[in-house]
Design a protein around this ligand. Structure first.
Ligand SMILES: [Zn+2]
Length: 282
């Protein structure tokens, strides 16, 4: 299932993508739901947006496609939250499918946006720097209010989230870690930045010359991380929607899966190795 969808995504990216022919689940409405601790899912069926509740307002992580702005806003309201209580917006990486909505969401919420240094230029221009095989897909430019430092937590209302720079998929790809308490026990949550090649040119990438070394360092780094709960930008990669359904069906442990992060990393690294070999003609 997960494999099939990822292969479908790879094929889609390989034939050339534009915002007008994205996979249907990326813009399909999804009922919002509680995940674990203070974390809620407010994205579409295929593209995640996570809302984190604090005593001093809300943090929004990723937003989705530009056309998804009303869906995400409706989801936030459906959970009983107010748009103006979104105080901080953060992201995994500067690709249109995850952050094209953020400019509209920033306008409507007034939230500050914090960016990694590596993707800052991409956010501010709406143009990712890495050369990809599906052409350049722009997204609405986004004002960067704060620049993150690797490993230095951002805090709001007693909630801390730590950016872990995991470049490769984009130069500023940022995974986020936080510890939550859910039904009385602590859980380590990792919001994982994409580890896929997804059309990135690996050999002779003029926009991102260090791309291969960055992927290698990122795979090594993520292998050292622990996650009880993995929350990716593409919901199907961790079956986030299915886990919510199983949890609602009575399985209290549905989101807890410490084997998931190692499995995603192993699959991603193998796919990366194969893509690199293919590009090198070996
Ligand atoms: Zn991406």
């Amino acid at each position: 299932m997960r494999h099939g969808l990822l292969l479908g995504l790879a094929a889609f990216l390989a034939v050339g993508a534009s915002p007008s022919d994205t996979p249907a689940p990326w813009s399909r409405p999804q009922r919002p739901f509680h995940v674990v601790g203070p974390i809620y899912y407010v994205g579409t069926e295929g593209i995640a947006a996570y809302l984190i509740q604090t005593r001093a307002g809300l943090i929004l992580l990723d937003g989705g496609l530009e056309e998804s702005v009303p869906l995400v806003e409706r989801n936030i309201a459906a959970l009983g939250f107010r748009l103006r209580d979104v105080k901080l917006m953060i992201a995994t990486h500067a690709h249109y499918d995850h952050v094209a909505a953020l400019a509209g969401l920033k306008r409507d919420t007034g939230a500050a946006f914090a960016s990694s240094p590596g993707d800052r230029g991409a956010y501010e221009t709406g143009t990712p720097p890495s050369q990809v095989n599906y052409g350049v897909i722009h997204f609405p430019a986004l004002k960067v209010d704060r620049v993150l430092a690797d490993g230095r937590p951002v805090t709001l209302g007693g909630v801390s989230m730590t950016p872990v720079f995991t470049p490769g998929h984009t130069p500023g790809c940022t995974s986020w870690t936080m510890r939550v308490t859910d039904t009385g026990r602590p859980l380590d949550v990792v919001f994982l930045c994409s580890l896929t090649v997804a059309g990135n040119k690996l050999v002779g990438n003029k926009g991102y010359p260090g791309i291969v070394a960055d992927y290698r360092r990122t795979f090594a780094r993520v292998k050292r991380m622990h996650a009880d709960v993995v929350l990716p930008g593409h919901s199907e990669q961790a079956d986030v929607i299915g886990r919510a359904q199983r949890r609602d069906g009575g399985n209290a442990e549905a989101f807890v899966d410490p084997a998931l992060l190692p499995r995603i990393v192993a699959e991603s690294e193998a796919a990366f190795d194969a893509a690199l070999k293919k590009e090198q003609g070996r």
